[in-house]
Design a protein around this ligand. Structure first.
Ligand code: ADP
Length: 686
């Protein structure tokens, strides 16, 4: 357009020049004779032509000037409108020209920028790179890079720079355009962070995530598969389908394969629980869930989550075992809510109370409580709800048919892992039979006790009745022995006397044993002179020992209290029995009696001998009634085997005990410990 108007103008100028030339030739031909006139016309013509051509040249120059200034304005407008920060960089790196954004973004004035080199406007770590890029732009014509501007106040602004080689005048320069990419960088950082977070999440997830292609090859599996199955992800990817299938329990494999088929063919959700073999050889339970997806190219794939449910399965197994126990228990096991409403009722409860589970569910537990015990229900429920174990107690419950059933009840709160009370459990066992047995046993015991009492009474009576004539016989025998008798008669009477004494002793022992055995023997509690009792006890035994040629020694602790409280006759009876035995079962050597004051109120009596001794296997039973060392004892030594039994029971009744140390052929030591009270009042008061 501009070009055509110039052509038109040139045509008009040429036309004007031609018109003037034609006019000049016409005028010149009109004035042919006058050279002066012709000269004037020529001068006028030349002047006009000079004016016309000069005007045309002037106009052309004006137009050139106008065009140049337009180009300059356009260039600056272009720079201003370029996106981002635009500048012209000279070969020595100086900034030759820049748009206003350079000043506003970097914060430098025009004067400061004119002294700045292009690399100086960038962060230090990019300066050498930008120098290389500039050199490349000068050499190849273009260059680009990511860098960061450094503003006057020291801020870094990430930027993307492009440079193209341009001619400014005749000077080759680089036009650089930089775009602020802070937002993009921020977005990238955000994306990177969210990706890292996503990865962290996946890694921390206890579940294993996986993807599979249509040929059922695992294409991705999260790293935590190692913890679950013992295999590294790479092993699983490399192991392929064979490895995956070989780890599935043979019993579960058909269900798993079928579900995979349904997933890929019908798009049905895959959700299967099955057993998998851990690399170290133990089985774990997993739940595997997957959805069918499509790859970008449209082929089928699947995304899934594998969860370790071993603990849940184990808990379920325990639960089902517990449920089986509850179902098969003969006890009634009842679950109540916190307000006493029956929530569960096992077959044992059905049998015990006659209500079916359907009938009992939803009813209040008080339906099996007899009216006279109903008032106890709220407090028992209240205690259980507070988390207290009510414990076991015997009670009576009411059956559906109105009959009563004696029960042993255990009531306790049902508490969850967080310690919350979920309800109350009541376990009832039918004790009707046991109770009946106990009652019968009690009756039998009472009857037996009555019979024993009668027997003891009878024995006491009969002993008393036997003792009276025996005393008569012995008294008369003694009188008869004082008369003139021949040797044979004396012999007979002495036999009667010794047999009578033995019989009397047996009667006394039987009576004592019966009394100690039935618990009817009452002890005395009097203050007595311990030394005197010991002397009375030792005297006859001493003469007995001397008669058979035994050494008899006594060692009485001088620390023994003079007066003590207790039963002197029974104390003496025990000591006499032990000493009699020592003399009886010792043929040679000695008998030693020691009394030791163990504490202010504990006295230990020891009777040791160098006699025949008692074998170890008899030690445990020698204190039982009618027990003797061996069968020949009775024949050889006489006796009833009741003395030690009576002594042990008497010692026990007095709060003490008897023990034995003995070795056959070496001797025996019987230790008798007895507590003797100290007199609170003077001895002679008794
Ligand atoms: P008994 O002496 O009337 O037979 P005991 O109850 O006093 O009844 O004694 C039971 C048995 O214990 C004796 O028969 C005897 O075999 C054994 N025995 C008791 N004391 C001694 C002892 N000091 N040395 C050896 N054996 C003894």
């Amino acid at each position: 357009m501009h070009k055509s108007s110039n052509l038109v103008k040139a045509a008009w100028t040429a036309l004007g020049a031609a018109f003037i030339t034609t006019l000049y030739q016409a005028v010149k031909s009109y004035f042919p004779a006058s050279p002066l006139q012709s000269h004037v016309v020529t001068v006028i013509y030349c002047t006009i032509m000079t004016f016309v051509v000069g005007l045309a040249v002037l106009r052309r120059q004006e137009r050139e000037l106008e065009r140049f200034s337009n180009a300059k304005v356009n260039f600056e407008a272009l720079m201003e409108h370029l996106p981002g920060l635009a500048c012209i960089v000279s070969r020595d790196g100086r900034l030759v020209r820049w748009n206003s954004r350079v000043e506003s973004v970097l914060g430098y004035s025009a004067q400061e920028l004119s002294k700045l080199s292009a690399p100086e406007a960038l962060a230090e770590d990019y300066r050498s790179l930008v120098r290389q890029a500039l050199a490349a732009a000068f050499q190849t014509g273009v260059a680009e890079m990511e860098a960061a501007w450094l503003t006057k106040d020291g801020r870094r602004i990430p930027c993307y720079l492009t440079g193209v080689r341009v001619l400014v005048g005749k000077q080759p320069c680089v036009l650089s355009i930089g775009i602020d990419i802070s937002n993009r960088k921020r977005a990238e950082e955000k994306l990177r962070q969210s990706e890292a977070q996503y990865r962290r999440l996946l890694a921390n997830l206890p579940d294993v995530t996986w993807t599979m292609n249509s040929s059922r090859q695992v294409t991705y599996v999260s790293a935590n598969v190692h913890e679950m199955l013992g295999y590294a992800p790479q092993e699983i990817l490399a192991g392929g389908r064979e490895l995956r299938l070989s780890r599935i329990h043979a019993d579960d494999l058909p269900a798993v394969s079928e579900s995979y088929g349904a997933l890929f063919v019908e798009g049905r959700i895959f959700d299967v629980e099955y057993r998998m073999l851990h690399k170290d050889g133990h089985w774990i339970w997993v739940r595997n869930r997957a959805l069918r997806t499509f790859e970008q190219d449209g082929t089928l794939a699947a995304d899934g989550i594998l969860t370790d449910i071993t603990q849940r399965k184990q808990a379920e197994q325990v639960d089902s075992q517990l449920a089986a126990i509850v179902m098969s228990s003969s006890n009634a096991i009842i679950g109540n809510s916190a307000d006493g409403t029956i929530a569960s009722w096992n077959p044992g409860a059905e049998r015990m109370f006659g209500y079916s589970a359907d009938e009992a569910s939803g009813k209040h537990i008080s339906m099996i409580v007899p009216p006279e015990r109903l008032h106890e229900v709220p407090s028992v429920i209240g205690r259980a709800v507070r988390g207290e174990r009510v414990g076991r107690f015997e009670s009576v419950c009411l059956r559906k048919d109105g009959m009563r059933v004696e029960v042993d009840l255990a009531i306790s709160p049902i508490i969850d892992r967080q310690g919350r009370v979920l309800g109350i459990s009541t376990i009832a066992s039918d004790i009707s039979l046991r109770k009946r047995g106990e009652r019968e046993l009690l009756r039998a015991k009472e009857e037996a006790e009555a019979a024993t009492r009668a027997k003891t009474q009878f024995l006491a009576n009969i002993s008393h009745e036997l003792r009276t004539p025996m005393n008569g016989i012995l008294g008369m025998t003694e009188l008869a022995l004082d008369t003139h008798l021949d040797a044979e008669q004396r012999e007979y009477l002495l036999t009667i006397q010794s047999s009578g004494n033995a019989l009397l002793r047996l009667i006394s022992e039987l009576l004592d044993f019966t009394r100690t055995d039935s618990g009817t023997l009452a002890l005395e509690r009097v203050t007595f002179d311990l030394g005197e009792i010991l002397r009375q006890t030792l005297r006859p035994v001493l003469s007995q020992a001397q008669q058979v040629g035994l050494e008899f020694a006594c060692d009485i602790d001088p620390g023994l209290p003079d007066y003590v409280r207790g039963d002197p006759q029974r104390l003496r009876q025990v000591l006499v029995n032990l000493m009699d035995n020592a003399v009886k079962f010792t043929h040679q050597g000695r008998v030693l009696v020691r009394s030791i004051c163990r504490s202010r109120t504990q006295v230990l009596f020891e009777v040791s001998d160098t006699g025949i001794g008692i074998p170890a296997e008899k030690h445990a039973t020698i204190f039982e009634p009618f027990t003797q060392n061996d069968g020949s004892s009775t024949r050889r030594y006489g006796g009833t085997g009741l003395g030690l039994a009576i002594s042990a029971r008497l010692a026990e009744l007095m709060g003490g005990s008897i023990s034995l140390q003995s070795e056959p052929g070496v001797g025996s030591t019987f230790s008798f410990t007895v507590p003797l009270g100290l007199p609170s009042e003077p001895a002679h008061s008794n």
